[in-house]
Design a protein around this ligand. Sequence first.
Ligand SMILES: C[S@@+](CC[C@H](N)C(=O)[O-])C[C@H]1O[C@@H](n2cnc3c(N)ncnc32)[C@H](O)[C@@H]1O
Length: 310
Amino acid sequence: MDEILAVLRAAGEATRLRILALLRSGELTVGEIVSVLDQSQPRVSRHLKLLCEAGLLDRFREGTLIFYRLSEQNSAKKHHQAILGWLDNFDSIVQSDQSKLATIRRSRFEAAQAYFTDNAAKWDEIRSLYVPEQQVEQALLDCLEERYFSNILDIGTGTARMLELFAPQCDQGLGLDVSLEMLGHARSHLLEKNLDHCTVRRGDMYDLPIEDESQDLVLFHQVLHFADDPALAIKESCRVLRPNAQMLIADFAPHDEEFLRDEHAHRRLGFADDEIINIAAMSGLNASGITHLTGGRLDVTIWQFCANSA
Ligand SMILES: C[S@@+](CC[C@H](N)C(=O)[O-])C[C@H]1O[C@@H](n2cnc3c(N)ncnc32)[C@H](O)[C@@H]1O
């Protein structure tokens, strides 16, 4: 009873209920929540603190930004479902908050798109600035131990370098990207390398234009740190994995190079093992390996997963 009363007290206030409703659509920074609610930061921070204390939200700091998300604890999920289940999605305040959030996300998406448009031509040069690329690529190949796949899906394919790397190990490779400029470079790249069995097309990681349970291997190479909602992207990618299929995620380990946010459109400053493994587990993936690659300006981690059997 004590727990329920604490939860109801925390959620039983208009601003806090709005915050819970907003966080249904993924993690947000304090600044974003403040912009949607149009209230002062100290006031919003007080509400956030109360929601955290009641176990309804998780808070994490990354560089100069503080993020909040709905807590992943099982007991908290039960409370979110109950409380948010009472909320009318057509309520005018809920709708207005959602539309303000959509505007904020759209402008961030457009800024990231502009970045990729401007940098598509020099992407291969940029990617090598941060990471010991050859080391990462060798480690990715090692994870799969020369296994052969009927198809491979590379999400956020960029210039299709990952398709080129895994081309000898598949019958068919498909790369998806939201940036038309990147896709243009990817197509030239595949043509130049005579990789006829690899193609690219437009596709969003949150809504893959791909059938359920159709892919043998899914790759996310240096993509998730751009994601507003990495958990949703991983969940969507799990939908398309065949039983026992593999997934490889390569991304930065946690770091504090804040300039990557300002100058290179990064949303997240790397990922801790726990975070990726927990997100993947919620989508039904089993971790089968972790490789930490150190020695570059930024460290890279490769997380390897296997989908459940049928
Ligand atoms: C850092 S690049 C990595 C490209 C490639 N995986 C590589 O390793 O070279 C990130 C790519 O993710 C793409 N991207 C960003 N948001 C995306 C989304 N929502 N859906 C699909 N691709 C996305 C960008 O357009 C960009 O090409």
